[in-house]
Structures are given as C-alpha cells and as structure tokens.
Design a protein around this ligand. Structure first.
Ligand code: GSH
Length: 203
C-alpha cells in the first residue's frame, strides 16, 4: 500500500465509525476526512452516490458503509473463515444498521417510544442471545461469531458504544454478555488508544 487510505465522512460516528474502527484494528494509518457542513456539489460528484461514507485506497474507490466495511474486513482477515461464518458476520453487521437508523428517524414521541420500548430491546436481546449461544471456553464470550475477532465484533462494539453515546445506558446495562464483549473489544490496545483520542473530539 503506497497511498494512505482516505475515509470521507462527517464529523460524527454515524455510518463512518465502523470503517474507522476496522482500519484502526488493522493498524492502518488513514486520512480521516471529516466534514462539518452539508455536502457541496463538488464533494457529491466525487462520490459514487453523492453520499458519505466514501473510501479510497490504492486499489479501490468505494461507497456504501457496509460494502466498505466488508472490503476491509476481507482484506484484514476479519470476515470469517467459511461461507457460513461470513454470512453470520454480515448478518450481525447488517443488524447494526437496524439498531442505529431509527435513532435518526424517530422524530415523534410515538416513534421514539416504539424505538426505546420495542425495537431496541428486541435487537439488544438478539445480540445478547447470539453472544451467549456462541460462548465457549475458547472464545470466553468475547466474540459473537466463531472463535476469533471479526468484523461482527466491531459492529457489536459500534452499536453499544453508539447507544451509550445517545443516552441509552440504562437499557444497554441490562445486557451482561453484550457489555462483556464491549469491554473486551475496547481493551484491545490500538482500540483503547483510538477511543482516548476520539474522546477529545467527543463526536
Ligand atoms: N446506505 C448508505 C447511506 C449513505 C447516506 O445516506 N449517508 C448520509 C450520511 S449518514 C449522507 O451522505 N447524507 C448527506 C446527504 O445526503 O446530503 C451507507 O450506509 O453508506
């Protein structure tokens, strides 16, 4: 890799944080370009669909957060070892979007209540159950799919971290397996460094 990879996103976690976490985990230095205002026509025209995140490195220019994450997970050995594992990992990562998107679209009290009392517990229960079902003496409950760290664990961390950031701590704290997986992930030294640095930005 000769050119430093670049991630273009807004100055927030949103759909860009999964990519930042994956690159950090892989120990890859990258340009973290963060926009603070609406996209200009010039930026839009540079991206495939006129939206962010958008990613580029020596080999590829790519839009769509899941596709970018899938590409990086494959490149850095975090995408699973078999078709079944790969599918399970994608399933967990795709569910992460279901967790997060309604936060932005819940613009009435009714929608906010439905998200908090129905959608969110249903999805948190699903992750909790997957972690418990996958727990064994080898992975000690650290991983949601298989016996090694994967993109799915990045997605689990992303969701829990984001929900805490958005003030759902009381609910999230009711899921011990999920909280254990989150703590394991954030104790990885490169991730710990990244989180400390991110705290200064507070986004
Ligand atoms: N499905 C796309 C969604 C892309 C998307 O809608 N991005 C938003 C930010 S999260 C965006 O670029 N909004 C600015 C705009 O549309 O003007 C993905 O996951 O990457």
């Amino acid at each position: 890799m000769t050119k430093i990879p670049t991630l273009y996103y807004f100055n927030s976690r949103g759909r860009g944080e999964g990519t930042r976490l994956l690159l950090t985990l892989a120990g890859v230095k990258f340009n973290d370009v963060r926009y603070n205002s609406a996209l200009t026509p010039e930026i839009r025209s540079k991206t495939t669909y006129g939206t962010l995140p958008f990613y580029e490195d020596d080999d590829i220019q790519l839009a769509q957060s899941l596709a970018i994450e899938s590409y990086l997970a494959g490149k850095f050995g975090l995408a699973g070892e078999s078709p079944i594992e790969r599918a399970k990992i994608l399933s967990v990562s795709q569910a992460a979007i279901d967790f997060v998107l309604p936060i932005f679209h819940s613009d009435t009290d009714e929608k906010k209540n439905r998200f908090k009392n129905d959608t969110l517990p249903r999805l948190l229960n699903s992750y909790e159950r997957l972690l418990i079902d996958n727990r064994n003496t080898t992975n000690e409950g650290k991983y949601i799919v298989g016996n090694k760290l994967s993109w799915a664990d990045v997605s689990v961390f992303y969701v829990v971290d984001f929900l805490l950031f958005k003030g759902f701590g009381e609910l999230v704290n009711q899921y011990p397996a999920l909280n254990f997986a989150k703590s394991s992930f954030e104790s990885i030294p490169v991730i710990n460094d990244y989180l400390q640095q991110r705290a200064q930005n507070n986004n």
